[in-house]
Ligand binder design. Structure first.
Ligand SMILES: Cc1cc2nc3c(=O)[nH]c(=O)nc-3n(C[C@H](O)[C@H](O)[C@H](O)COP(=O)(O)O)c2cc1C
Length: 313
């Protein structure tokens, strides 16, 4: 009796089923971790953001979570871009998109990395992480609109893959407008919103100290704390990019209901970071089942039935 309910999504001709997969960073650094994602219900395999050189990352503790979310200052621990290219052929057996997150520490690094990845046909897409340091003393690339424009222009010149960007969160309508203006100048396959909310601080009142070691305790915030910001960014970019560019929603998703809200705001697919860190690969099947149950309750059978159809008062 129950009609078939599908949580399938497509981005630039790539099928993502379910529309739920891992966010770049948590538990996707090593080959074993990527294989665990491959074997799970995740709709795609996303790698840790890779840099030109392998990096050990910052001193520990560099991740901490409480009931409402997480703080991290990992320092981009990763195996270096060549390893993530090399893994691509082995990831093919999981029959789901393999997406390499790229976070070169300079424009030149990103050009080199993206050019190199172009030789690997088993890489399905690239997510260019713009929440990265630029010049010391200047904001990260995503908060420097001219640098973002130049980065996209130069990287897209050498790119051969489906390529999207991962943005930092914005908090001001003027900034949304400015970034959307930059994005519109380039041909992007998708836009992922949002990266960690920058430079927060967790304090342990009992110990009278910070929760993580790097940078005096400052770090990127994820989880429940950032969901309203993430939803706002998804909604704004969905509108400002004229509903034409697929938006990937990320930030505080831990249930099917959360995923539903992001899709209602306009997301084509969603990623899970902090909740994946907390509960492991089981979260993908659970969130998908919860999303399907909610869709059934509401009489929806595909994501298109409600994507972007958020009502305003
Ligand atoms: C431990 C950790 C490492 C992360 N590393 C990356 C990264 O390498 N590249 C990236 O684009 N985002 C990274 N992020 C940000 C997540 O991909 C995600 O955008 C953010 O955590 C918000 O989602 P969440 O609320 O589900 O955690 C990291 C987040 C965490 C918690």
């Amino acid at each position: 009796m129950s009609s078939h309910i599908s949580t399938k999504a497509a981005i630039a001709g790539i099928t993502i089923e379910p529309c739920i997969f891992n966010a770049a960073g948590p538990l996707c650094v090593t080959k074993e971790e990527l294989e665990a994602i491959g074997s799970s219900h995740s709709g795609a395999i996303m790698t840790k953001s890779c840099t030109f050189e392998p990096r050990p990352g910052n001193p520990e503790p560099r991740y901490y979570e409480d009931a409402l979310g997480s703080i991290n200052s990992m320092g981009l621990p990763n195996l270096g871009y060549m390893k993530y290219a090399e893994f691509s052929s082995e990831m093919k057996k999981y029959r789901k998109p393999y997406i390499v997150s790229v976070a070169g520490l300079s424009l030149q690094d990103n050009i080199e990395i993206v050019k190199y990845l172009g030789q690997f046909k088993d890489i399905d897409a690239i997510e260019l992480n713009l929440s990265c340091p630029n010049v010391i003393g200047k904001p990260q690339v995503a908060y420097d609109f001219d640098a973002s424009d130049e980065m996209l222009r130069e990287v897209l010149k050498v790119n051969k893959h489906v390529l999207g960007v991962k943005l930092s969160p914005y908090f001001d309508f003027a900034h949304f407008q400015q970034m959307a203006g930059v994005l519109k100048k380039h041909k992007l396959a998708f836009v992922s919103c949002v990266n960690s909310l920058g430079e927060g601080l967790f304090i342990d009142a009992d110990a009278e100290q910070v929760a993580i070691k790097p940078k005096g305790g400052f770090g990127g915030i994820g989880g429940d704390y950032i969901k309203p910001t993430a939803l706002a960014n998804v909604r704004k970019f969905y509108e400002l990019l004229d509903r034409k560019v697929p938006i990937v929603g990320v930030g505080g998703i831990k249930s099917g209901r959360d995923a539903f809200e992001f899709i209602l705001a306009g997301a084509t697919a969603v990623q899970i970071g902090t909740e994946f860190m907390r509960s492991g690969t089981a979260c993908f099947a659970r969130v998908d089942a919860e999303l399907k149950a909610l869709m059934k309750e509401k009489g929806y059978s595909t994501l298109d039935d409600f994507r972007g159809k958020l009502k305003v008062l």
